[in-house]
Design a protein around this ligand. Sequence first.
Ligand code: KG4
Ligand code: ZN
Length: 341
Amino acid sequence: MAPEITILAIESSCDDTSAAVICDGFVLSNLIANQAVHKAYGGVVPELASRAHQANIVPVVDQALARAGKRADEVSAVAFTRGPGLLGSLLVGTSFAKGFALARNIPLIAVNHLQAHVMSHFAMEHGRDNRIPQFPFLCLLVSGGHTQLIIIRDHLSMELIGNTIDDAAGEAFDKCAKVMGLPYPGGPVIDKLAAEGNPDAFRFAKPRIQGLNFSFSGLKTSFLYFLRDRVAEDPGFIEKNLNDLAASLQKTITEILIAKLLRASKETGIREIGIAGGVSANAGLRRAATREAEKRGWNIFLPELRYTTDNAAMIGITGYYKYLRSDFTDHSVIPLARIDT
Ligand code: KG4
Ligand code: ZN
């Protein structure tokens, strides 16, 4: 029998410190320490994020190993997020991974955070029916920093076919939430409020962008002006209409995303389709994707909620497939705040 391949994975690109243990492609543990410290500031403060990563990383890794029932000397390789993300945050994960790999004399694997979000679809768990996409697979990646359409030809071969020309979908949720006075991150708050609201109460203009690209900055501006005018007439407008505003905004963002996904499926002929990234946790988007799949005969993949927002399991899954190809990096590797795909 071939020896087990055990990957310790570290994710520290933004404000969550996460560690996971992946064994032969199965997730054994996936720990996430959220950083409450940013709440008071209405957004992530980079300096505070790196400091919190520094405090969290050792206990989070210890717990990930303990939950997986693995000792440090059983780890075959360490995978870490190289970027994109906040540089100070990435540095903490990168340095930890280097130290661990050096101490145990095991390979180091650098992972692209965006590729990892897509790879969350290949995360398997014991005791579960693991449905996994076939290739070629078309993925809508919607996060706080990115909105992309990607064709996945095999585990590590991805082609970008659509991208946002300005804001990301998650940013649209977060910025519009801020305008309504809601806490950060706004996406999950809007999702919750939208459940009790009427999605047809208000209409917001949708962008007309050619091809498979996206734009969300116009929506944010029109939402801002719409509220400014209504609040001028009635200062209590936002409070009185919070649920309807959230539901209408969520519907607009969802329709923009689904329209492009549909177009991409038609243009590529791919019907093996998934969504990934933080915004793929959104209930409205998941419903709309499921509806569209029924209508179009798509084989749709919606990641478990724990694999939508930032997590180390997705880094470990990507790391596992890189390990199989001996795609290792040396210790001169440095994190990258931006990676142009
Ligand atoms: O993938 P992610 O955790 O981090 C990045 O790589 O950016 O995505 C974070 C983004 C934030 O903009 C957050 O508001 C959004 O995902 N998000 C949601 C939901 N949960 C997280 N947006 C809409 N509905 C949600 N349920
Ligand atoms: Zn992410």
